[in-house]
Design a protein around this ligand. Structure first.
Ligand code: XIL
Length: 371
């Protein structure tokens, strides 16, 4: 077994609990977390521990606002063992120590994701046809932090449209183990985390586009199949990367989809909420309004569904976002920034880069308060 087990962490986690206080962040104006809690829901955000360690203002804000933290990269397989035999839990242990010290829960994101399987593991899976590489990774990571991680994204993005009738993405797991790999991964996770909630997590479910209609349909079929087979599946994560280039979200389709998921007895979490902008030439306050309006349209539908237990944003402030403004984005506005400057960063998260609350912040808070 390549990844050493719990022993390494015992010391690190033995230390006493010191609570960091939320410093300068003005919690007396109420927080999103408090708004969520009034009705038994939670709020969380993703991010990277090195950024949180380096930036006190961001740390203050997220400690005040959230109940859950999500490792943006630290828990992914390729982050833990990028090269065979070179295992590093340094970043993830740092993340988990931070969560523990501050009494936050953590969503375990993510175990099997086609985009974060190290090359050596892909080769080993293909060469041997053997599940042991997955078994070792799960056994190393799942029990390591005990109950702080009470939700696991066991398989991330299992669906792909336009290929197979069963909708399963043609990834290395499907190639080597066939369609049963999803149930097998869930069963293995259940054996290692008997009390945690086990989830699938999927993207691209919000808009009335043919591809997203297909994805909703295929995902539902997969969930139904897993439930019928008795697979240990508790919930569904809907990533919720909203995108203003796609038009408006389809409230009716989203509501019907969520109802069908809830009718299967599953709970639902908004796991990666953020907004990709469309018009970078608009004045900043208008851009922030477009973003917030889309979030309002989305959450007013999603939060009607009682099976939705929480909302997590993929980042908290515009200083760090995986949604970069790309050369393709620039190319859509020929001549727009001829005299220098530029659009700045994508503004798709609740706080701006100076850690000020934007309309999206108040929208999330209001929506959680009023549902
Ligand atoms: C992204 C991170 O934000 C990036 O920093 C990383 O380079 C790649 O992964 N859907 C997911 C997340 O489930 O894990 C992805 O996170 C964003 C899309």
């Amino acid at each position: 077994m390549r990844i050493s087990r719990r022993s390494a962490i015992a010391g690190a986690f033995g230390a006493g609990v010191t609570l960091l206080c939320a410093g300068a962040w003005a919690a007396n104006r109420g927080t999103i977390g408090a708004a969520a809690a009034h009705d038994g829901r939670f709020f969380g955000c993703a991010g990277q521990i090195d950024e949180w360690n380096a930036e006190g203002d961001l740390r203050d804000a997220l400690l005040a606002e959230t109940d859950y933290l999500v490792p943006e990269v630290e828990l992914k397989w390729a982050a833990i063992e990028p090269v065979r035999g070179q295992v590093s839990f340094k970043e993830l242990d740092g993340f988990m120590n931070f969560a523990r010290r501050n009494r936050k829960k953590v969503r375990g994101h993510t175990l099997l994701w086609h985009d974060s399987v190290p090359d050596w593991a892909q080769a080993r899976l293909r060469d041997t046809g053997d599940w042991s590489a997955i078994a070792e990774y799960f056994a190393a990571v799942i029990p390591r932090y005990g109950g702080i991680i009470d939700q696991w994204d066991v398989v991330n993005e299992p669906i792909d449209t336009g290929h197979r009738a069963d909708g399963l993405r043609e990834n290395v797991f499907l190639e080597v183990f066939g369609p049963d790999y999803v149930a097998r991964a869930l069963a293995q996770a259940r054996a290692l985390a008997p009390d945690a909630k086990l989830m699938l997590n999927e993207y691209g479910l919000e808009y009335d586009l043919p591809e997203e209609r297909d994805r909703r349909y295929l995902l539902l079929k997969l969930l139904e199949r897993l439930r019928n087979e008795g697979a240990p599946l508790d919930g569904l994560g809907i990533q919720s990367h909203l995108d203003l280039r796609k038009g408006y979200i389809s409230q009716n389709s989203v509501a019907a989809f969520l109802k069908a998921v809830a009718d299967l007895g599953l709970f639902i979490v908004v796991t990666e909420l953020d907004v990709k902008e469309s018009d970078y030439t608009a004045p900043v306050d208008q851009r922030d309004r477009f973003v917030a309006d889309e979030v309002r349209r989305y959450l007013e539908t999603v939060l009607e569904q009682r099976a939705v237990t929480g909302v997590v944003t993929w980042g908290l402030c515009d200083r760090h976002s995986w949604l970069k403004v790309t050369p393709e984005d620039y190319a859509r506005f020929p001549g727009a920034w001829l005299h220098g400057g530029g659009p700045g960063l994508n503004r798709g998260l609740p706080l701006n880069a100076a850690m000020e609350r934007k309309p999206m912040y108040f929208t999330i808070k209001d929506q959680l308060s009023s549902h």
